[in-house]
Design a protein around this ligand. Structure first.
Ligand SMILES: [Mn+2]
Length: 295
C-alpha cells in the first residue's frame, strides 16, 4: 500500500525510510502523527521523473522502509531515548542514509545527535518557520519548541532558513550564538539561491550535512497542512532551484534528513504533494552528484 518509498526497485543508493508517527502536545493545530502515512501515500502519486535533471528518482535511489516506530506515551524525552536506542542498534551512521518521517519536530533530535556522534564536524541545515530554541516548552526540554536548543548544547552548528516566528528568548540567542546563522524568510525573498549558497559555502566548508526539514518553513499557500502555519514562508520554485545550486556547488556529504510537522488536512492532498516533490528533489539533487549522474 505504501509502495514507492517502501519498495526496493530502484538501482541507486539506499535510502532508509523511518516513519515516526509521534506528536506530543502540539501547540496549536494537531495531526503531525499522521504525517508519515500521508507522505507514504503521496509518494505513490507524484511523478518520479525530474525533468530538470532528466533522471528518474529510481535511477539514483532505492528506498527501504522500516517498521513504523511506536512512540512511548511517557513524553518526548522518552521518545528521544527510545529512538536513539533504536538507531544505535539498527543504523550504521557511517554507511546508512536515513530519512526519518515525523511527527512533530521533537523527533529530529535523536537522528541529529546520532549522526553528530559519528561526524564530529556535522553541520545542521534547518528549514523552519520557528527558531525552536526555547530552553523549555510545554513542561519539557525535549518538546518540538526546544529541539535546536538541545542541538546547540551538543555543539552542532546550525544554518536556519525560513525563520519568521520567534520569542524574545530566542531572538537574544540568535544574536549571541555565533554558531547559528539565520536566513529570515523575509530576507530570503530578496536573495537568489546562488547568493545564499555562496554564503553557505564560506560557513560550512566541506563539513558533512544533515537536513532537518520542518515543512512549516514553506509558505502555507503550498503547505497549509501543518500545526502552526506562518504566513510569508519559502516559495516553491525558490527552494526547488536552491537544492540544485546547493548540491552542485557544495559537494558536501549529506548524511541524513528528517521531514516533520506535516499535519494532513482531510480530503486535500496539496500539502503532502508539495512535501513529497521537495523530498524527491533533495534526494535527486544529492544522489545524482554522488553517482556522477550528471546530464
Ligand atoms: Mn520546528
Amino acid at each position: 500500500m505504501y509502495a514507492k518509498y517502501a519498495d526496493d526497485e530502484g538501482v541507486g543508493s539506499e535510502v532508509i525510510v523511518w516513519p515516526v508517527p509521534y506528536e506530543g502536545a502540539v501547540s496549536y493545530g494537531s495531526g503531525a502523527k499522521e504525517g508519515p502515512r500521508a507522505i507514504m501515500r503521496a509518494s505513490l502519486e507524484i511523478e518520479t521523473w525530474d525533468e530538470d535533471y532528466k533522471i528518474d528518482i529510481r535511477d539514483v535511489a532505492r528506498f527501504k522502509t522500516l517498521d513504523y516506530f511506536e512512540p512511548p506515551v511517557s513524553g518526548p524525552k522518552y521518545v528521544f531515548r527510545k529512538m536513539y536506542e533504536f538507531l544505535k542498534q539498527h543504523i550504521d551512521p557511517k554507511k546508512d542514509f536515513l530519512m526519518t518521517l515525523g511527527g512533530d519536530h521533537s523527533i529530529a533530535l535523536a537522528p541529529i545527535l546520532f549522526y553528530k556522534e559519528a561526524y564530529k564536524d556535522l553541520f545542521l541545515i534547518q528549514i523552519d518557520a520557528h527558531a525552536d530554541l526555547r530552553d523549555e516548552f510545554q513542561g519539557s526540554n525535549y518538546s518540538h519548541g526546544c529541539v535546536m536548543a538541545r542541538v546547540r548544547e551538543n555543539k552542532v552548528p546550525i544554518i536556519q532558513l525560513g525563520i519568521r516566528s520567534l520569542c524574545k528568548e530566542e531572538s537574544i540567542k540568535l544574536e549571541q550564538d555565533r554558531e547559528i546563522t539565520t536566513f529570515f524568510a523575509k530576507d530570503l525573498k530578496e536573495k537568489t539561491p546562488q547568493e545564499v549558497v555562496e554564503k553557505l559555502r564560506t560557513i560550512i566548508g566541506s563539513s558533512p550535512i544533515y537536513i532537518t526539514f520542518d515543512v512549516d518553513g514553506l509558505d502555507p499557500s503550498i503547505v497549509p497542512g501543518t500545526g502552526t502555519p506562518e504566513p510569508g514562508g519559502i516559495e516553491f520554485w525558490w527552494i526547488w532551484k536552491f537544492w540544485r545550486v546547493f548540491f552542485e556547488q557544495m559537494k558536501n556529504r549529506l548524511v541524513g534528513i528528517d521531514v516533520c510537522e506535516l499535519a494532513p488536512i482531510p480530503n486535500q492532498v496539496v500539502s503532502e504533494s508539495t512535501v513529497v516533490k521537495l523530498i524527491n528533489r533533495i534526494i535527486c539533487s544529492y544522489f545524482r552528484q554522488t553517482q556522477s549522474f550528471i546530464k
